[in-house]
Design a protein around this ligand. Structure first.
Ligand code: ZN
Length: 262
């Protein structure tokens, strides 16, 4: 006697959205597991069954850096959803060139690390897409040019994620006499409050403040016409990494979700 499994009461919804492909890995013999940062649902992990088969329509749209339109089945209590279709909306062909790949990859990697699954963030989605578009159009690809774009992206990401540094008054006492910047304090510091800031290595000259204000106030398309000194870039990168630690990283048991995939 064969027992038929009772149909589980799972509400599967068909959802259409668009997003940027952040990562793509091979699963089984013919499938792909892709991570897409979507416009409406935040970061999603999607299983593209058969995407690596020669005739699959899914494949091309699921390359990293691709802006695609997707349809997937969302069911409750799942971490990985099944992709139904994916179509290319926009490609950024120059991002795979030697001169731009590393920068584009850093943009994508940061997006993977700072965002949580199914946590929609339209502002971040826009920032990600805008950064990739600008990078794709960029004619000069010397490091200074890439550095100002990357620095602007990191700082704006920090802002959007809720860790905007205080740049106009002392974070410890409110004074507007600003002498330093401190990563761990989260912004500007005056000379009177300096002794409260225990980590002396984390006191950066106030000359950075003006540049940080400029980067936060202006759109990326304006920013790329300016330049960003190496030490300010380092400050932004360190600030970014410091606050990244405050964002919990997901631990996903892939095996649990992917065990039956061919
Ligand atoms: Zn102070």
């Amino acid at each position: 006697v064969k027992f038929e499994a009772k149909p589980r009461e799972v509400m599967a919804k068909i959802i259409k959205t668009e997003g940027v492909c952040l990562a793509s890995q091979r699963i089984g013999e013919t499938s792909k597991l892709v991570t897409v940062f979507t416009k409406d649902h935040g970061k999603l992990m999607l299983l593209a069954k058969g995407a690596r088969l020669p005739k699959s329509r899914l494949g091309g749209a699921l390359e990293i850096f691709t802006h695609c339109e997707i349809i997937f089945y969302a069911s409750e209590k799942k971490v990985i959803y099944t992709l139904s279709s994916a179509d290319i909306k926009e490609i950024f062909p120059s991002l795979k060139s030697i001169s731009k790949f590393i920068t584009a990859y850093q943009v994508i990697e940061a997006a993977l690390r700072v965002t949580k699954l199914e946590d929609p963030n339209f502002k971040f989605y826009n920032l990600l897409l805008t950064t990739l578009r600008i990078l794709d159009h960029l004619k000069e690809t010397y490091w200074e040019k890439l550095q100002v774009l990357l620095g602007g992206y990191y700082l704006k990401a920090i802002d959007i994620l809720g860790f905007r540094p205080e740049l106009y008054r002392c974070v410890l006492c409110g004074s507007q006499n600003l002498n330093y910047f401190s990563i761990s304090a989260g912004g500007a510091i005056c000379s009177r409050s300096k002794h409260l800031q225990l980590k002396n290595k984390d006191l950066w000259p106030s000359s950075h403040l003006k540049i940080l204000r400029f980067l936060l106030k202006n759109p990326l398309i304006t920013i790329i016409n300016s330049s960003l000194p190496d030490d300010t870039y380092n400050l932004i990168k360190q600030y970014f990494l410091y606050y990244l630690e405050a964002i919990p990283q997901e631990k996903i048991d892939y095996f649990l979700y992917l065990k039956d995939i061919k």
